[in-house]
Design a protein around this ligand. Structure first.
Ligand code: HEM
Ligand code: HEM
Length: 183
């Protein structure tokens, strides 16, 4: 069995990476939610936030692996359907890729400008490279959490509803070929 995509199906690597991203996104969201439950200055609050950073950085690094894999081979052609649906779907996918780059970048930049220590699961420490600027850090944090996050949620929601629509209403293979394709 080939690991690569073909013009009719997503290969196992693309499928694994796709669902890994869903897991990492849920992890990043859960960690930042949990940190809210602890008062400022407590070790638990810091640890949940470090977990948020680690999930977010993993998304940023793996995104380049995912894009590299996608751009270096075939991708399945869209299943037959109206042209507007194919264009909307391509636009939503492009927007998802873009936001998955900008979201961790704004997060990382805000921690740099805030002078906040960041480590990837305690294994790799991100060096402080920028001069601290608390005002700018706050603005970026707001952009990250209050603008980009709702945008990402809306895109993922639209994307998931479209996939379920294909599966349950149109009854085509769109979702199946991203999960367990027919032999
Ligand atoms: C795709 C990846 C990421 C997603 C989906 C994400 C999502 C979020 C969400 C949902 C919040 C909470 C917003 C709110 O409640 O207002 C948040 C806050 C934050 N994120 Fe991220 N994030 C990501 C990556 C990162 C990275 C890589 C960093 C830094 C290394 C980071 C740093 C922050 C900071 C500093 C906050 C503010 C937390 C606070 O209240 O102190 N994020 N992020
Ligand atoms: C919530 C459940 C989700 C479902 C049911 C789902 C379903 C699917 C399906 C069926 C495809 C294949 C579309 C096609 O062949 O034309 C796909 C592709 C894609 N999905 Fe999802 N997805 C989900 C979550 C996510 C999340 C969380 C992200 C990222 C934030 C994401 C990003 C993408 C991208 C970028 C593509 C296009 C792949 C490419 O062309 O390289 N998906 N998704």
């Amino acid at each position: 069995m080939s690991l690569r995509n073909t013009v009719t199906r997503w290969g196992p690597v693309a499928r694994f990476l796709h669902w890994l991203f869903l897991f990492l996104l849920i992890g990043a969201w859960y960690a930042v939610e949990m940190h809210e439950d602890f008062p400022k200055g407590t070790p638990e609050r810091r640890e949940w936030m470090q977990l948020h950073f680690a999930f977010g950085i993993s998304i940023f690094v793996l995104l380049w692996v995912r894009l590299g894999w996608r751009l270096s081979g075939d991708v399945p052609a869209p299943l037959p359907g109206p042209r507007w649906q194919q264009i909307t779907s391509a636009l939503v996918h492009a927007a998802l890729y873009l936001i998955l780059i900008v979201m961790p970048l704004t997060g990382l930049l805000s921690t740099q400008l805030d002078g906040r220590a960041v480590s990837w699961f305690g294994l790799v420490d991100i060096p402080q490279l920028l001069e601290v600027n608390k005002d700018l850090a706050e603005g970026l944090e707001e952009f990250h959490g209050d603008v980009l996050w709702p945008l990402l949620l809306a895109l993922v929601g639209l994307h998931a509803v479209a996939a379920l629509w294909h599966h349950f209403v149109l009854k085509d293979d769109t979702l199946r070929r991203m999960t367990w394709p027919r032999r």
